[in-house]
Design a protein around this ligand. Sequence first.
Ligand SMILES: Cc1cc2nc3c(=O)[nH]c(=O)nc-3n(C[C@H](O)[C@H](O)[C@H](O)COP(=O)(O)O)c2cc1C
Length: 354
Amino acid sequence: MSTSWYAQNLMPLLALTDAERAHELTFALLRAAKPLLSAVVQVVGPPQLPVTALGLQFANPLGLAAGLDKQAEALEMWPILGFGFTEIGTITPQPQVGNPRPRLFRSVPLGAIVNRMGFNSHGAEVVATRLPVRGQRSTPIGVNVGKNKDTANADAISDYVAAIVRLRNYADYLVINVSSPNTPELRSLQSPEFLHGLVRQCCVAAQDVPLLVKVAPDFAAGELEATVIAAVDAGAAGIVACNTTLTRPQIADAVLQQSGGLSGTPLHQLAVQTVQRVHSAVGARVPIIGVGGVASADDAWRMVLAGATLVQLYSSLIFKGPGLIRPIINELKLRVALDFGGDWHAAVGAASTR
Ligand SMILES: Cc1cc2nc3c(=O)[nH]c(=O)nc-3n(C[C@H](O)[C@H](O)[C@H](O)COP(=O)(O)O)c2cc1C
């Protein structure tokens, strides 16, 4: 399915539907198309741009960001579409329904989404039953965990630890999400003092599974750096930068007036800056997963040059469709071959050393 066919035929239909209903419909369509897609992919083969990071082998460095397959309901689909890895979640220890609907809003002209889902989760127990054990799947799976809404911040550590203990056997890497804007006060867990203790205990619970921290893009000068340094000092194996933003561009668009986290094209510049800042602070010590407004090979490459070893996307998949994935990977392959002699790790962060 080409991106132009998707944008001209399917997206206008989906745009007429309530955003969350459209999401559910797309999921159903993808599952129905799976036998056909699997057959095609066996002929074409998965896109290969091998990258080693976090002690794992990635067939290619482009992954599905957290939030799209929160409940691990379509795990087999994502490698078929070409993704080199999949991050599921956010999963809370106990099931919870999230915020009332409507809670998901799309602006097609801006390529932007505002969401205030609020961690709707089937809970760690149920999601665990859907996950194949490590080593029994084609591409790495990241498991992103959070705390329940009813758990006070003072008790947050026990929530993260409970989710990790239940899910660690199924995770190639774990992510603690302390940066969703839609759980009250969650972002205050990013304070360096609290985060240090949280990460230390989560690393113990994670045992041999690399544990990453997902950060927000909305930090004052110096604060982001202190946060990621505290996380890495405490044992974090990497940083996911970044989550959705509470800031809004100065554009007249009704969707931007909705409360919640903004993602997609208007987030991209801020996300690249966030990756750059994280890279300057801890890039020599741990890898970064860059995410935010990646909708083309140019965007993905910008993330890599800013310091991302791996790249994820979510919003652009909604606007451009699954035909987006393979051309991005093929173009990245070309660029790393031409500009860096095929050495992926030489490209990572090159913008800061050039
Ligand atoms: C509807 C929606 C739900 C999301 N849910 C989660 C989530 O549960 N956990 C999380 O860490 N990030 C979540 N995200 C954030 C994405 O993983 C990503 O960080 C952000 O959308 C920026 O990437 P994008 O511009 O490519 O969408 C969500 C994003 C959207 C649009």
